[in-house]
Design a protein around this ligand. Sequence first.
Ligand code: ATP
Ligand code: MG
Length: 561
Amino acid sequence: MAEQQGAPKSDHFIAKIIREEIAEGRLLTGPVTRFPPEPNGYLHIGHAKSICLNFDIAKTFGGHCNLRFDDTNPSKESEEFVSAIEADVRWLGFDWGPETFFASDYFEQLYELACELIRNGDAYVCDLTADQVRDYRGTLTEAGRESPFRNRTVDENLDLFARMRAGEFADGSCVLRGRIDMAAANMNLRDPALYRIRHCAQHHQTGEQWCIYPMYDFTHPISDALEGITHSLCTLEFEDHRPLYNWVLDHVSVPCHPRQIEFSRLNLEYTVMSKRKLTELVTQGHVDSWDDPRMPTLAGLRRRGYSAASIREFCRRIGVTRADNSVEMGVLEDCIRQDLNVGAARRMAVLRPLKVTLENYPEDETEWLTVPEHPQDPGMGSRQIPFSRVLYIEQEDFREQAPRKYKRLVSGGEVRLRYGYVIRCDEIVRDATGEICELICHYDVATLGADPEGRKVRGVVHWVSAEHAVAATVQLYDRLFTVAMPEAGGDYLSTLNPQSLDSLNGCFLEPSLAEALPGQAYQFERTGYFCRDSKQGENDVPVFNRIVTLRDSWAKIVRKG
Ligand code: ATP
Ligand code: MG
């Protein structure tokens, strides 16, 4: 076994452990890992960390990574989530091979292995109520008490377990428990539940075949072993479950004993990562859907315009450790900015339009200007943009009276139109309410594309030709929450940011953007990186999402505030 040529360079503590195992001759095949989502929601950026870790380890050391659905709780799971998860893992750039695994594929084997535990005196059917079980369990400082059902005979237990399966008992009336140690310091070893009764559910894979479902702590180690997993990588909250993971594998007949290694989960500032909370955001309508571009889900980030490469790069940068951590949103934004600064074609788009009429420009003329797709990368080629008598510029690029430092258009002043002419503002037109609604300007025919000698122009502004412009809605996003750690306090919903979405109707884009495809990112000059949304807006106008601003202006605001 050796490290693979051209594979991702993994140098975190888990890669080191595997290198050691290889060096000591303890790992004779490539490592087999797995990504084991429960299909009870969409994947989020935290899952991406786990996906990258598991698939990269497999690739680096010439092994394999399985995709396995941990589908033992049918009441919260669905086929919709199964397909969404598969699509997300594939989109992120990983291939788990021809077979997709489901823990539910092992229900029959799990049942048999539970019977093996019973036959060996390692499990029993317990009729205590949930409240009683809690009561008998003891505390961290006090040993638990043994259940009065703990010493049922093997035959009685086998019979009761078979009747649990046959549907004779109501939900909650009994459970199968491991017979381990009610005085164990580790509470997880105090006769944990292994199977429970769930009649209601129609399971998305097994239909009505089962009314008893194995618990995670029983299912997970056995699924790992049946698939020949060598390293079961999971987040730190499972550290206390490791003794139980090992106990299960030591007490049933399975082909191998995978090694569980824990790492710290990703927390990202200004968002939440718990699936329960993400589900609430969707079901209570705080966001539109699981793929709302404000969500930290992979589907949301994709719709927003994040590339898979930028998310993989993010996971590489944050690394894999055992330290508790909370990552700044700026780190994620930086990854996509770096990606887009190189790859995204430039476009002009006016988000809050102000009409400009060039009084000395011919009425019916259109000039098509040839401008670069990317000013620093001539290899990306060029595009044509129309110039004509009536244009739009940004409202904020004009001031009637402005401080000396203001570099854009002022009354009587000059500004250069990006790639176009220098114009001078001669007259301001107001509407009935006194608002400025149009500027009457002059253009200087001698100034196309270049600055004539000695001419002092205050600045350069972007623009679009009114006659040719594409009308669009542009969505500007802000953090979903107003505090860095919404989960730290009690009520995370009270910290939702009411201004997380600013939807601008009546924006005007240069005409080539009519053909923009969802997922294709552009830099709109001076306003940020944008990507067409997968859904059309009202009246069928295209919608564009701002992926990220050009610079991290947000960090500055926070510091000032
Ligand atoms: P929740 O606890 O919110 O219900 P979960 O984390 O248990 O969700 P799973 O579908 O069980 O969700 O997760 C699949 C895998 O992804 C698990 O191995 C889990 O450890 C890992 N994972 C989940 N969240 C994170 C995170 N924030 N950072 C790193 N890994 C994560
Ligand atoms: Mg889980």
